[in-house]
Design a protein around this ligand. Structure first.
Ligand code: ADP
Ligand code: MG
Length: 702
């Protein structure tokens, strides 16, 4: 009886209209079900009783059993504190109260046995516990007083209204016996048996009131499993449906475009990883199903070349291709790279960005519609309605994280009859399990090998006081014929301030590297496009020695002669952004360097980021570290797209293994029963239906 759980929370004993309103506003708890699914964020082990002898201030929460010897008050009359000397026979400890002193004196008696619970700290040179929780010792084995004390998140507002973690625990303790028999099982029996899962009602009971640690573990496992399994089921179900409903374009042959390029134009061997990925792409394109592939590879691993070869397969089959980049600088650069690679071949390429002039634009539109233009490179401008293709067969999206899922779908629609194949390229490596969830509808290819001859970048951390030696180092590199990037942070809210910051930096560098010997140029978001381009061009042609920039150069910019990346205020960047920036150097065969400049004041997290950067060049390792440090919701590269699921109990960073289990199981079930038409899977249909609202429904797109 689902409706029972949908009852308004105000009808629960102990709630009432006023508290109901607070719970709804502060915690989003409207119904019995919402309260039932308001899980503890942690548990405190109340099974262990410490000896006071063993206690020190590094311990978190501890529990003692003993009695109060004496009470006394100390301090100024208006700032009184109450001190109770507590003993367990081994030693004494002080319990201290700064508030509610009279209440404490009335509630607790000397010589009676109590359980004391709290966090030890030094106070006036004595080991103490401030504002402990105290309960009569005989309550320790009480049924509704679990040995793992659940802690619930609340808010300041709730606390002011006397709704504490403890209050929520009490409400849930009231609720559980009332609803227990009305909790319907959501998973099919065969899954419960096969995966050794607790029934839902027992899982919900034990997650709030654990019988013991084994039950608590099982309860959490069951609830996490359901959450992650449901996500994978719904992602994969949509993928299956899409494959069934829409045909992909069959690229059955490889012809002159690819062959000539490969034989005549390609001056180096493909890496093993590139070959592997091209094979995967060819297989997808020839399968008759629409390809939706995520191509991950560190900066400089040769993704663009792979994309180009896939485009040539597209042309061989008589279709058009397009490549969409997140910024104009990048689109320009891709355009030039492609032109260079295809020089002398009979391929018509165009570039369309926000600054393409109207006349040029109209020309491009016409050639696209007639099919004369075979490859179009551009920015978001490609998404406009007026951009129509004669036969779009393949879409490449570079640096996915700048584009949302919806934009990907808009590109699909550019071919009305058949969905074009899609390749999403990203240099922000995403840990596998996170990719399975965020880009779960994409197949993943990885280029995990750099072209030969690259030397690993050496990364150093300097405090700002070491600027003079840093300048000296740069001079040496420039004398040796190399070029230098200097990047300043840019934070969205205060572009003006950062701009100023960059200006100051620019002046300092210009003073330290004066003309005519040195040329220092500058690129930032507030410059006009022509100025930006002119500045970039100077640097790309080697006419400028130092390029001072904001993060506009973060993605894709390719100047192989630049071998030093100086990152100013490196503590203000996230890990994956630092890694992206560093990837601008190390592109040629010479030794490259990354210098991370920071102030002395570093948070623990910033320190961890810097040491990670100094320790490794491996993008996947860095992504894992990033995920651990920041949690998936905040992970760079996923901010815009966001984690599309409301996770109540699982954690994408920590539950990787369970995600894999859930994924494999979902794949197996859907391969056997793609429509979920078998009776044993009926419950799964309902379960997926219940979460549809929150995700993008791919099957309705196009
Ligand atoms: P990504 O897009 O992954 O950052 P690019 O495709 O821009 O990498 O490649 C970086 C550089 O390496 C380019 O100059 C490219 O021409 C070159 N490159 C790509 N593949 C190879 C290879 N197999 N061997 C040598 N150089 C390569
Ligand atoms: Mg690139």
């Amino acid at each position: 009886m689902a409706s029972y759980l949908e009852q308004e929370i105000k009808y629960l004993k102990g709630v009432g209209p006023k508290r109901a309103e607070l719970l709804a506003r502060e915690l989003g708890i409207f119904t019995f079900r919402d309260l039932l699914y308001h899980f503890p964020y942690k548990y405190i082990d109340r099974t262990k009783i410490y000896n006071i002898e063993e206690i020190n201030t590094t311990q978190a929460y501890i529990q003692l059993k003993g009695h109060i010897v004496t009470f006394r008050t100390e301090g100024h009359p208006r700032k009184k504190r109450l001190i109770a000397v507590f003993t367990d026979g081994s030693k004494n400890i002080n319990l201290v109260w700064f508030q509610a002193i009279n209440w404490v004196l009335k509630s607790f008696q000397a010589e009676k046995e109590y359980i004391v619970f709290g966090k030890p700290a030094m106070f006036n040179g004595t080991l103490s516990i401030a504002h402990p929780e105290i309960e009569p010792a005989e309550k320790l084995n009480d049924e509704l007083n679990p040995s793992f004390s659940p802690q619930y998140s609340t808010t300041e507002k709730l606390k002011n209204e006397y709704i504490s973690s403890k209050t929520i625990q009490k409400l849930i303790t009231t609720l559980l016996p009332v609803v227990y028999d009305k909790i319907d099982e959501t998973l099919p029996d065969y899954l419960l048996a096969q995966q050794h899962l607790l029934p839902l009602k027992d899982a919900l009971f034990n997650v709030h009131l654990p019988k013991n640690s084994a039950f608590l573990e099982k309860a959490i496992y069951r609830l996490k499993f359901e959450e992650l399994f449901l996500i994978q089921m719904s992602i994969l179900k949509q993928k299956f449906t899409r494959h069934q409903r829409f045909k992909g374009i069959m690229f059955s042959k490889v012809g002159d475009y690819l062959n000539n390029f490969y034989k005549l134009k390609l001056s180096f061997e493909l890496t093993g990883a590139q070959k592997k990925v091209i094979k995967e792409i060819r297989r997808d394109m020839g399968s008759g199903k629409q390809m939706n592939r995520l191509l991950q590879g560190d900066v400089g691993s040769g993704k663009t070349l792979v994309a180009l070869m896939a485009m040539l397969i597209t042309l061989d089959n008589g279709y058009q291709a397009c490549l969409m980049a997140p910024t104009e600088i990048l689109a320009n650069q891709h355009y030039q790279t492609l032109c260079r690679f295809l020089e002398g071949m009979d391929v018509k390429i165009g570039l369309l960005t926000g600054s393409t002039r109207k006349k040029e634009r109209e020309l491009l539109h016409g050639e696209l519609r007639s099919g004369k233009l075979q490859i179009l490179v551009g920015t978001h401008a490609l998404l406009e309605e007026t951009v129509e293709f004669a036969s779009l067969g393949f879409v490449v999206i570079d640096e996915q994280h700048r584009f949302g899922v919806a934009q990907r779908a808009r590109l699909w629609k550019k071919n009305e009859t058949n969905l074009p194949h899609v390749l999403v390229m990203t240099a922000t490596p995403i840990p596998r399990t996170l990719a399975m969830t965020l880009y779960g509808d994409l197949d993943v290819s990885v280029i995990d090998e750099l072209p030969p001859g690259r030397k690993p970048i050496k990364t150093f951390h300097y405090f700002d006081s070491k600027r003079l030696p840093m300048f000296g180092f740069l001079r040496k590199q420039i004398e040796a014929g190399h070029q230098v990037y200097v990047v300043y942070p840019m934070i969205k809210e205060s572009e003006k301030m950062d701009y100023k910051y960059l200006e100051d930096g620019y002046e300092a560098f210009a003073r330290a590297f004066p003309p005519p010997e040195y040329v220092v140029t500058c690129v930032h978001g507030q410059m006009k496009n022509e100025e930006k381009d002119a500045s970039m061009k100077l640097f790309a042609e080697g006419k400028s020695h130092i390029l001072i920039a904001t993060t506009v150069i973060e993605v894709g910019v390719d100047v192989p002669n630049a071998n030093v990346m100086v990152i100013e205020s490196a503590e203000r960047f996230g890990l994956s952004q630092l890694h992206q920036l560093r990837g601008r150097v190390g592109r040629g065969a010479k030794q490259s360097y990354c210098l991370l400049m920071t102030s002395y004041k570093l948070s623990a997290e910033a320190k961890k980021r810097i040491t990670t950067m100094v320790a490794t060049n491996d993008g996947f390792e860095i992504a894992e570290a990033d995920l651990k440090l920041r949690g998936p919701g905040d992970m760079e590269g996923t901010q815009q797209s966001g984690v599309p699921f409301d996770l109540k109990i699982s954690n994408l960073a920590r539950d990787g293994q369970l995600i894999q289990v859930a994924r494999d199981l979902a794949t197996e079930i859907l391969s056997d029963d793609p429509e979920l038409a078998e009776e044993k899977n009926f419950k799964l249909v309902a379960l997926i239906g219940s979460m549809k609202k929150t995700t993008v429904d791919w099957s309705v797109i196009s």
